[in-house]
Design a binder for this molecule. Structure first.
Ligand code: GLU
Length: 464
């Protein structure tokens, strides 16, 4: 490779099928691509794999774009496979002319019967290329009977006769998994075109990767075996294969794969639940790698840590509780400036808003949790805890010792010193009844911070 080629910027693509909402596992693939592109001054293509017309929906494609944008991923290009049928037809013709795409007429049942037969004879259960034996007459007859062909790609796994396959290794140096080998003799010729003329994912994907100049294909490791056939297809279409990277997948806590159909872990649902995008990004990228999972405050910070080869080879379990831990860590460090608009939309604005945020942010898991504390400051104690026994009289007496205004951060110490001197109470016996009287909750933000926000009048109104 010349130095110039070596410095060629990367072009990557994220190729979701818009048949559902994306989840954190899809976000992992998108982020691996996005971060890789950013690290290599490259380009990120969002390419909708929407050739399955029956299941693809514009509404899902729109949601995927919005979800990616919310996560901080802005594609340089957006492409739709459904609009590129001509390019796929031309590639299919090219393969047909080269004798590499052949018509097959078997039904699903026929294929299944043959598969069982091969297994009984201890042969690998791959397609035996029976359709290659059909004569023009046979084909004409089948079509006269109303049978329509599907089309298979003839894998280059033989020397002289396609009926005598031999071990044919395809090698690539995977960006994540290191050196990989797939034997083309161990697989069936893939179907590229269905009976109804629509394309399965393989051909459009390779045609687009060639035409869009994709240099690195980064995707889940469920595609490792497809890669062998795809590399053969790149070559059959006269192109070098790009580099590949297959990252491990995320599974639910049960070990089950995440599915676009189960919406609980969709990015949209996590956004609705109030998670910060960087909590999702941090977990989606760092889980199942040799890096420890920590809350990264920005894409730039995540970029510093990201190395595709740090992903491990086994699946990574995704634990939603971990997401909350990361969210809490991020929220604790969010500046007022970053959240001011969101606070405003929760009805929190004015002079108090900033000191209020600084007082409560270390006590919440989600930004929207501020509402509970805003209500405590503005409206009065919550109904969670009540004073009882001696504490009632103690608090009544203590409230008579409230210092005069103006109030500031020192007021709490001044007040509690006075209460201590007068009543002899100290430590928890002194603070807890006051906390409960003021907030109605046993734990929470520093009272030294809350007291000036509640103000003297508001505090007096809370005297039991
Ligand atoms: N639509 C495919 C998937 O989501 C794309 C695979 C690929 O990136 O090549 O699995």
């Amino acid at each position: 490779m010349t130095e110039l080629e070596d410095k060629r910027p990367a072009t990557v693509r994220f190729a979701p099928s818009p048949t559902g909402y994306i989840h954190i596992g899809n976000a992992r693939t998108a982020l691996f691509n996005w971060l890789f592109a950013r690290q290599n001054h490259g380009e990120f293509i969002l390419r909708f794999d929407d050739t399955d017309e029956a299941r693809s929906k514009t509404e899902f494609a729109d949601a995927i774009r919005a979800d990616l944008e919310w996560l901080g991923i802005e594609p340089d290009t957006v492409a739709w496979q459904s609009k590129r049928a001509d390019a796929y037809a031309a590639a299919a013709d090219q393969l047909r002319e080269a004798g590499l795409l052949y018509a097959c007429y078997e039904t699903g049942e026929e294929l299944e019967r043959r598969r069982k037969l091969r297994l009984a004879r201890r042969l690998p259960p791959v397609y035996g290329r029976e359709a290659l034996k059909l004569t023009d007459e046979d084909r004409a007859k089948l079509e006269a009977d109303g049978r329509k062909p599907h089309w298979r790609f003839l894998l280059p796994n033989y020397a002289d006769s396609p009926f005598e396959t031999r071990r044919t290794e395809i090698h690539w140096d995977d960006l994540v998994r290191g050196p990989q080998t797939v034997d083309l003799a161990s697989m069936s010729d893939p179907v590229l075109v269905r009976e109804d003329g629509t394309y399965l994912y393989t051909l459009p994907s390779v045609v687009d990767d060639i035409e869009m100049g994709v240099t690195h294909i980064i995707r889940g490791d469920d595609h490792v075996t497809n890669t062998g056939a795809q590399i053969a297809l790149f070559r059959a279409l006269g192109s070098d294969a790009p580099a590949f990277g297959h990252h491990n997948l995320l599974t639910a806590a049960t070990g089950e794969g995440l599915s676009k159909r189960s919406s609980a872990l969709s990015i949209g649902a996590l956004r609705e639940a109030g998670y910060e995008p960087m909590a999702i990004n941090s977990l989606a990228v760092l889980i199942g790698t040799s890096e420890s999972v920590a809350a990264m405050p920005s894409m730039a910070a995540l970029l510093e840590l990201f190395r595709p080869e740090s992903a491990s080879k086994s699946a990574a379990k995704f634990d939603p509780a971990e997401l909350t831990t990361l969210n809490r860590a991020l929220v604790h460090d969010l500046s007022f400036k970053t959240v001011a608009k969101r606070l405003e939309s929760l009805g929190i604005s004015g002079q108090k808003a900033e000191p209020f945020w600084n007082a409560v942010r270390k006590n919440i898991d989600f930004v929207q949790d501020v509402s509970r504390w805003w209500a405590v400051v503005e409206d009065g104690p919550a109904n969670e805890e009540r004073l009882d026994g001696d504490d009632v009289d103690f608090a009544r007496e203590a409230f008579l010792l409230l210092p005069a205004e103006p109030w500031d951060h020192e007021t709490w110490t001044a007040w509690t010193n006075a209460v201590k001197a007068q009543t002899g109470r100290k430590g928890r016996a002194l603070f807890m009844p006051l906390r409960i009287a003021l907030t109605g909750i046993r734990s929470g933000p520093e009272l030294a911070d809350l007291l000036p926000l509640i103000g003297r009048e508001g505090t007096l109104a809370r005297r039991p």
